[in-house]
Design a protein around this ligand. Sequence first.
Ligand code: FAD
Length: 274
Amino acid sequence: MEQIPFAYCVVATGKKWMAPNDIPDTRIEAIRDMKAYRERIAAAKNIVVIGGGAVGVELAGEIASSFKGSKKVTLIHAQKKLINSTYNEKFRDGLQKQLLALGVNMHLGDRVEGEYDFASGPVDLKTKEGHSITGVDLVIPATGGSVNTYPLQALVPQSISSSGVKVKPTFQLEGHDNIYAIGDLADLPEQKQAMKTAGHAAIVNTNIVNSIKGTPLVNYKAPREAILVNLGKSGGQGCADFPLLGKTTLGPWMAKTFKGKNLFLPEARTALGY
Ligand SMILES: Cc1cc2nc3c(=O)[nH]c(=O)nc-3n(C[C@H](O)[C@H](O)[C@H](O)COP(=O)(O)OP(=O)(O)OC[C@H]3O[C@@H](n4cnc5c(N)ncnc54)[C@H](O)[C@@H]3O)c2cc1C
């Protein structure tokens, strides 16, 4: 193993997701995996998405709107309402209503039980609340990734939980002022989103420069929460926590206009240098 001496280290190992969300790092592999998974979705007739967070809701909505009634789509979510309680009820109820209109079956406040083997054809799924979903030929897990805390587990075991690594408001690790953790890896009281990571990086950039200069470090202040969840090209809903107004629902027009056309792909490609 090669050892690399460092003055400062920033750890940003993110989360490990399950297929189809475990996107490889290289462009060729990512395109190959996505094409293969798209073919699996196209071939399936009876799809169950497990997990009604933003990823599961968008996937269920995308499949239902792309294949308009030609597939049975079921979404199972452990909470009584979609997404989570960071966002207002109107937003969460609105998404549920739109998914129902797209023909998506939903089991809320329920969980899939047991393990299933698809090798010999479609399976019947059972839920904790006693529902049976028969003839399922594709299950898409969208239950959230697990945080890649392993590089720091030996260094700061007391700071690690399933939410990530506890950091100071400067992003430094407790007891290790020259090591920072950012992105999904950092255990912060905020929703883990790509759009937050640039803010984390900017604070760490400033703090490394300031610590070299011997000037005071700056603290991260979490931005107000905002989300746009799209259901196909023309549906969806958003929620943004505006100053004075508080948590405000953004209707399908906002989702369609700002994210529905291209899912922010041009911006993401530019940011990643593609
Ligand atoms: C399907 C999906 C849709 C999403 N949609 C949105 C959205 O619309 N808007 C939004 O804001 N957020 C979205 N997110 C969340 C967003 O992807 C994450 O918040 C963001 O990627 C976190 O960035 P990160 O740099 O912390 O981690 P990651 O993007 O996970 O990057 C971590 C990197 O570290 C690498 N790595 C891991 N371990 C090691 C190691 N030991 N050595 C070297 N490298 C290592 C990994 O290979 C990976 O490249 C979505 C997530 C998913 C899965």
